[in-house]
Design a protein around this ligand. Structure first.
Ligand code: FES
Length: 199
C-alpha cells in the first residue's frame, strides 16, 4: 500500500468476520484497551454514543507510548481513565485495578476489550469472577481472512487433544464472547489446526 499512488485501483474483500454486539441495556458500557487495540474501540465508542449510551474507556499500557488517542476519545464524549505500569501517564498500575473499581461502582456492566493477550486474559479473569459479560477483539496475523489458511486460529472453550475446538480469528472473530474461548489453556494465535480445521 505504501507504493500506491492517488487514483490507483485496489481490490478489497469485506466486511469479514464478526464485530462487537451491543446490547441495548441500561448497564454501564465499559471499554478496556491498550496500544493498537484502542483503534477498534474508537468505532465501538462512536456506535455506542450514537445510540445514546454513556461510554467509559479504561486505557492501559506499560508506559505512555502505549496510550493512543486520548483526545480523540474525549472529543467524542467518552470518559477516559488512563493507567500505565510505570506511572508515566495517568494512574500507576495495571488497568484491571481500575476495572475492578469501576465494576464495584457499576455492578451491572458490559465490558468490551481489545489489546494484548495478557491484558485480555487479566480482564477476562476479573469479568468471569464477577459474572460480567465480556466481549474481546483478538489481534492475530491473518493471511486469507476467510478461514482457509488456518494461520489465525485460537483454542475455543472445551478444547482438548481428544476433542479439538479451534476457532478462526478472521472468520468467527475477531470479536468473541469471552465464554467462547479457552482461557485456561492460554489462548494462543497462530497455533495452526491441522486436524479437522476450524469450526
Ligand atoms: S487468516 Fe486464514 S484462516 Fe484466518
Amino acid at each position: 500500500m505504501s507504493e500506491l499512488h492517488v487514483g490507483d485501483r485496489v481490490e478489497l474483500l469485506g466486511p469479514l468476520g464478526r464485530g462487537f454486539t451491543v446490547a441495548d441495556t441500561a448497564c454501564a458500557k465499559l471499554l478496556v484497551g491498550g496500544g493498537i487495540g484502542l483503534v477498534p474501540l474508537f468505532l465501538l465508542a462512536e456506535a455506542l454514543i450514537a445510540k445514546g449510551h454513556k461510554v467509559r474507556l479504561l486505557m492501559g499500557g506499560r508506559s505512555r507510548d502505549d496510550i493512543l488517542a486520548v483526545t480523540e476519545f474525549e472529543r467524542l464524549g467518552v470518559e477516559t481513565y488512563v493507567s500505565t505500569d510505570d506511572g508515566s501517564l495517568g494512574e500507576a498500575g495495571i488497568v484491571t485495578r481500575v476495572l475492578e473499581r469501576k465494576l464495584d461502582k457499576y455492578p451491572c456492566a458490559e465490558v468490551y476489550a481489545c489489546g494484548p493477550m495478557p491484558m485480555l486474559a487479566a480482564v477476562e479473569q476479573v469479568c468471569a469472577t464477577r459474572n460480567v459479560p465480556l466481549q474481546v477483539s483478538l489481534e492475530a496475523h491473518m493471511a486469507c481472512g476467510v478461514g482457509a489458511c488456518l494461520g489465525c486460529v485460537v483454542k475455543g472453550a472445551g478444547h482438548s487433544d481428544q476433542a479439538p475446538n479451534y476457532l478462526c480469528t478472521c472468520k468467527e472473530g475477531p470479536v468473541f464472547d469471552a465464554k467462547e474461548l479457552d482461557w485456561g489453556r492460554a489462548v494462543a494465535t497462530g497455533a495452526g489446526c491441522p486436524e479437522g480445521g476450524c469450526r
